[in-house]
Write a protein that binds this ligand. Structure first.
Ligand code: ZN
Length: 261
């Protein structure tokens, strides 16, 4: 059974910025999905912000093992109801990968519960990513470091909770460093944040970047059945306790009296 991936693209820069349209004639989400479809055991499809329900229908989420999210210019246009639906899917067991400027997307901020802010500079400078967790599955097949000749700089401090694992740290030509590959667990879902991918640079054509994303898909895939009601908090009454117990302490009795008896 293939891992089913949905690549969510904001699809705004590709239509409004000729530089982006030239770098990504297939769109960014289309380029990411095409690379994934060249992998064994992965089937990727795309949806966009402009689709009905932003492409995030309950049926689509139910069929998605791993969701990839790229957004930047229109985070505010994503309806809160859809954000909750995406987060529910993650808490139920769907994997999710946030790319680059998705650090400020509503689903990422909701899942992190923190400002997710950072410093940045757009100067087309060199980025060098170092693998900081050599045996991590997301770093499989990668060299100890690799370079992207032109990227936007993201710098620390990155306003996210302490991650489970840091898989990459980036160095930039201007001197900054940034934790650029972070893993989290949220409910039953695995979350990966990967930094590179500014829209005007050919980052998603890079073989190492494509390797990271494919590795992250396999890592984030949870083959277990989804948790149907991730918000449920069921009561376990006395008579259903595993071991026989007698209710103790002050309480309201059946005859309406309150207190010890
Ligand atoms: Zn950017």
């Amino acid at each position: 059974m293939s891992i089913k991936v949905t690549v969510w693209g904001e699809n705004v820069h590709e239509r409004k910025n000729r530089v982006v349209a030239q770098v990504y004639p297939e769109t960014m989400h289309g380029t990411i999905a095409s690379a994934l479809n060249r992998e064994d055991g992965i089937e990727a499809a795309t949806v966009t912000l402009q689709d009905a329900e932003h492409g995030m229908t309950a049926a689509r989420l139910a069929q998605t093992d791993v969701l990839i999210w790229w957004g930047h210019a229109a985070h505010g246009d994503v309806q809160d109801e859809i954000v909750e639906r995406v987060c529910d899917a993650v808490w139920s067991g769907m994997g999710i990968i946030f790319l680059h400027s998705a650090h400020f997307s509503k689903p990422f901020k909701r899942l992190m519960g923190s400002p997710c802010n950072l410093t940045w500079r757009e100067a087309g400078e060199r980025e060098r990513l170092w693998v900081t967790s050599r045996n991590h599955p997301i770093a499989a097949g990668l060299p100890d470091h690799f370079e992207l000749e032109h990227e936007e700089m993201y710098g620390e401090p990155f306003g996210v909770p302490e991650p489970l694992e840091t898989v990459f740290i980036s160095w930039f030509a201007g001197g900054e460093v940034f934790r650029s590959g972070l893993t989290y667990k949220r409910g039953a879902g695995s979350v990966f944040y990967f930094r590179p991918g500014h829209e005007t640079y050919p980052t998603y054509h890079d073989a190492n970047v494509q390797r990271v994303i494919a590795n992250a898909v396999r890592w984030a895939h949870n083959p277990a059945a989804r948790i149907a009601q991730p918000h449920d908090a069921p009561n376990v009454p006395v008579q259903s306790a595993l071991e026989p117990i007698t209710e103790r302490g002050p309480r309201l009795h059946q005859d309406g009296e309150a207190g010890y008896r």
